[in-house]
Design a binder for this molecule. Structure first.
Ligand SMILES: Cc1cc2nc3c(=O)[nH]c(=O)nc-3n(C[C@H](O)[C@H](O)[C@H](O)COP(=O)(O)OP(=O)(O)OC[C@H]3O[C@@H](n4cnc5c(N)ncnc54)[C@H](O)[C@@H]3O)c2cc1C
Length: 426
């Protein structure tokens, strides 16, 4: 069997671990079987092996094949559900406690990069929120809210300063958060898996789990040419879960989102963007982008429920880029791709236990770098130590049915409605 390959992304072209892992042949027995080699699965596997458990990690395609290896590479603490909505849902104290888990996860990532010497270009460049709207009061209000509710200190940039750094009249004021990081997400997930392997985790690519069934007081996970028997199973398949474990899969909607990367721009990039912050704007349908170390521009945005092919992605994303920075007309796009995120209706992660020994970690939406790490730790601690911190999330944000095809149609309409609202406001 030929090995499945990564989609043609900038990250896959520049990954620093070209090794393939063998597919699963034969029957394995371990303490825990993790299904899904994205960051949720990788972190659960690493957390479990760090706690002395024997682990098998099985991935349908390649490690980091899904959203974890294709994303924008923005890392900061938070959730897809905005802080104000989280407070409305669970109250200020519980919202603070949840946010603290996300902050711990960011700190853990930085520690692991150092401890396991993961080469992924992790850099604390800071994140910049630029406003698409002439509304200074809104930015000031947001700054005050972040400081009051979560103790996050940010700095307002007046529009003159924003336009010095971003050579476009599209933006007004900005909000700079020095705590934000950026990195090469595929190299990061490969590094986490490499660390888990070095501690003895068995990793199998090209091994889609086809069934998860109760077996002798635990579970048996069947693949085409083998099986894993384990007391605990962690289902971490993100937006790629398909029909596996329908009770878990029906709780998310797979939503596509897109990225392009340009050719190296050399000095020309300064005609548009003079800072290295990971940048995003404040529309619902926002653009986000960052300068890569070799002067390429990585540009992301848009969502859809139907997956767009690379040629279409290249076209519509370049149009978005030139709408903000027309001076970059003529730049060549060297890679264009999409990926699937998993969203729950409540827009919070789903981290918990469906029944004894059957765990799930999914629904990280567009904010998954910190939250997948958080989920991996919570589940590893629950399995290995009986820790029930995961219930802080699971008791409120459970596996509600996401609505199937009607839910997808509703998600698409909501996106279009918000785009229209952004357009009216601008
Ligand atoms: C284009 C894009 C940009 C994004 N930008 C950012 C960003 O800048 N910052 C941020 O914080 N978040 C971002 N996100 C979100 C973030 O990437 C995700 O929330 C996160 O990576 C989800 O991780 P995961 O492990 O749940 O899923 P995935 O990374 O999708 O992993 C799931 C894995 O499960 C495997 N799988 C599925 N079914 C099976 C099966 N039956 N058997 C075995 N394996 C299976 C899949 O092949 C896949 O590898 C972005 C997402 C996308 C798509």
């Amino acid at each position: 069997m030929t090995q499945a390959d990564y989609p043609d992304t900038y990250y896959a072209r520049t990954r620093n671990d070209g090794r393939g892992r063998p597919s699963l042949h034969g029957d394995l027995t371990v303490d825990a079987c993790v299904i899904g080699g994205g960051l949720a699965g990788a972190n659960a596997a690493l957390g479990l092996t760090e706690r002395g458990r024997s682990v098998a990690l099985i991935e349908a395609k390649r490690i980091g094949f899904g959203a974890s290896g294709r994303n924008g590479g923005f890392l900061n603490a938070g959730f897809s559900l905005p802080g104000s909505a989280l407070i409305k849902r669970v109250g200020l104290d519980r919202a603070r406690a949840l946010r603290a888990l996300a902050e711990d996860a960011v700190a853990l990532i930085a520690r692991r990069v150092e401890a396991y010497q993961i080469v992924c270009g992790l850099e604390q460049t800071g994140h910049m929120l630029v406003s698409w709207f002439d509304d200074r009061a809104a930015i000031e209000g947001y700054r005050a809210e972040l400081a009051r509710n979560f103790g996050v200190e940010t700095e307002i940039w007046p529009r003159e300063r924003v336009r010095e750094s971003y050579r476009t009249a599209r933006y007004f004021d900005g909000l700079y958060n020095p705590k934000g990081y950026q990195f090469h997400p595929l190299n990061y997930v490969l590094g986490v898996v490499g660390a888990a392997e070095a501690r003895g985790v068995r990793v199998h690519e090209d091994s889609p789990a086809m069934a998860v069934e109760p077996h002798g007081g635990g579970w048996r996970v069947a693949t085409a040419n083998g099986s894993v028997t384990a007391r605990d199973v962690v289902v971490a398949c993100g937006g790629y879960i398909g029909g596996l474990t329908p009770r878990i899969g029906r709780a998310i909607l797979p939503i596509a989102t897109y990225v392009i990367v340009t050719e190296p721009l050399g000095a020309r990039i300064d005609e548009a963007i003079r800072v290295r912050y990971a940048t995003y704007d404040d529309r619902f349908a926002q653009d986000y982008y960052r300068r890569l170390p070799d002067t390429r521009l990585l540009w992301g945005g848009r969502i859809s429920v139907r997956y767009a092919p690379p040629a279409a992605v290249q076209r519509f994303m370049l149009r978005d880029l030139l709408r903000v920075f027309p001076q970059l007309a003529g730049v060549r796009v060297e890679a264009a791709w999409g990926g699937l995120m998993s969203y729950a209706r409540h827009r919070m992660p789903q981290v918990g236990r469906l029944e004894t020994g059957l765990w799930y970690a999914q629904a990280f939406g567009g904010h998954g770098m910190d939250t997948t790490t958080m989920a991996g730790e919570l589940i590893a601690a629950a399995i290995a130590e009986g820790d029930d911190t995961y219930r802080r999330i699971d008791d409120t944000f459970g596996l509600d049915w996401a609505g199937g095809p009607a839910g997808l149609a509703y998600a698409q309409m909501t996106y279009w409605r918000y785009r229209f609202r952004d357009w009216l406001r601008s």
